[in-house]
Design a binder for this molecule. Structure first.
Ligand code: EPZ
Length: 420
């Protein structure tokens, strides 16, 4: 297993490009299952999760042609298999995104039931209840979700008890080919949901209200192909901004949408960062100063993303003062805290809150990545720690951060991959 070695202590300084968003690209690739015409997806990040999704589509009989700029043309004309096997689902929970499109277009799908994961139990009951309300028969047997419908799915009024991102995406995709109108209430408003809706509209879907809590979809008999460029990755962008702030450095991000990062930029300003933005760039400068600790509470968009919580925990760990981080989305998303404590951080977890008392500096230690964003937070901790931090199990990082060592080296960091 590859490891990362980071020699901490350098203030980040430089410019990098933000990649396409993993969590927008995955549903967009799944949406290609809704049509037999080619869908070309541009600005795809070069990541393990994207390869896994292409592998899953391939095992359903979908052809994908990758060109030299990493644009992928997906052709789902000859679907041969309607089953997402356990081996793929267990490596990537987002495999569940093929369920809605397969049932809507092919009348049947089997997807291995995703288990819990490092950050919580993560049920998919709302995806299944939504499909059942649209007239599908849903059963779970032998560890597989089996969904069938004898005729077209029927439009329905769906109220989601909890705001769910992939749940909203799955049901929105299913509804595009259903008979009649579907109303998804308490829908997720995340920019990645909006990006998917825009792709579906390009494919001919009739969708209104995406980006609000109520999405209205009028089903069509068929959808066609399109070309869609996925939006930039706001979580990747946030991770590098927080890393620059924690190291008292400077950074310029290009190919980013500042409007999608308002909450994060406000927190970073509170932490003492000077920030300026243009239409597609963001600059952050700490002017060599130590960050101030911030309080934050995660919430569905437009609230503070749970996917940046661990990174802010790392920032608070070396900030002046004490900050309270409260996680409201997942029940077990503080795995990074124990690892940071091994590096000298002073953090007490009580229920869903972590009270982080900033220390002057962290000390390098061997640590273990437990999930994608926890890994990113350990990289930040390594960047600010004295000595060489060795991060194990970095396959988590490769699932969601494109060329992380190259990008950090471009910013002046001393980071190396040790093949395992
Ligand atoms: C998406 O996961 C993201 N993944 C996650 O990103 C992100 O952390 C999460 O949304 C929250 O923003 C992708 O987009 C591929 P949810 P998702 O359904 O859709 C509960 C990363 O690091 N819930 O919005 O799986 C659930 O348990 C990842 O990139 C139900 O109770 O998350 C959780 O408490 C990790 N029943 C809450 O809703 C359901 O049927 C939100 O989860 C579905 C969800």
């Amino acid at each position: 297993m590859d490891k990362l070695i980071i020699t901490g202590g350098t203030a980040l300084d430089g410019e990098i490009r933000v990649s396409g968003a993993k969590n927008a690209a995955l549903p967009v690739l799944a949406a290609a299952l809704l049509t037999d015409e080619p869908v070309t997806v541009c600005n795809l990040p070069h990541l393990k999760d994207i390869t896994t999704m292409l592998e899953l589509l391939g095992c359903l009989g979908v052809e994908s042609i990758v060109d030299e700029t990493m644009n992928v043309e997906v052709r789902a004309g000859g679907i041969r298999r309607l089953k997402a096997p356990y081996d793929l689902v267990r490596t990537m929970r987002a495999s569940i995104l093929v369920l809605g499109p397969l049932v809507a277009r092919n009348g049947y799908a089997e997807v291995a039931l995703p288990g819990g994961c490092g950050i919580g139990s993560r049920p998919v009951d709302l995806h299944l209840r939504g499909l059942a309300a649209m007239g599908a028969d849903v059963e779970v047997e032998g560890g597989y979700i089996k969904v069938r419908t004898a005729s077209r799915l029927k439009g329905a009024r769906l109220f989601l008890d909890t705001v769910t991102v992939t749940g909203t995406e799955n049901l929105m995709m299913a509804a595009t080919l259903a008979e009649g109108e579907t109303l998804i209430e308490n829908a997720a408003r995340e920019p990645e949901v909006v990006d998917l809706a825009e792709c579906l509209i390009r494919m001919g879907a009739d969708i209104e209200g995406h980006g609000t809590g109520t999405v209205r979809i009028r089903g069509k008999e068929r959808l066609g192909g399109c070309t869609h460029a996925v939006l930039s990755d706001r979580i990747e962008a946030s991770t590098y901004l927080v890393a620059a702030a924690a190291t008292r450095g400077r950074i310029r991000l290009k190919e980013v949408e500042p409007a999608l990062l308002e909450q994060v930029l406000a927190k970073l300003r509170e932490a003492g960062a000077q920030i300026s933005c243009g239409p597609d760039w963001i600059e952050l400068d700490m002017q060599g100063e130590r960050p101030r600790a911030v309080n934050l509470k995660t919430a569905p968009y437009p609230g503070m993303a749970t996917d940046v919580q661990a990174q802010f925990t790392a920032l608070n760990a070396v900030a002046s003062g004490t900050g309270i981080i409260t996680e409201t989305i997942f029940e077990n998303r503080f795995m990074h805290v124990l690892e940071m404590t091994r590096m000298g951080a002073c953090i007490d977890v009580s229920g869903s809150s972590a009270v982080v008392k900033g220390v002057e500096s962290l000390k390098a230690a061997p640590v273990m990545a437990t999930d994608l964003r926890a890994s990113a937070s350990l990289v930040i901790a390594g960047l600010v720690a004295k000595g060489d931090t060795l991060i194990d199990r970095i396959y988590h990082i490769d699932r969601g951060y494109e060329c992380i060592e190259e990008k950090l080296r471009q910013l002046g960091a001393c980071i190396h991959r040790v093949p395992g």
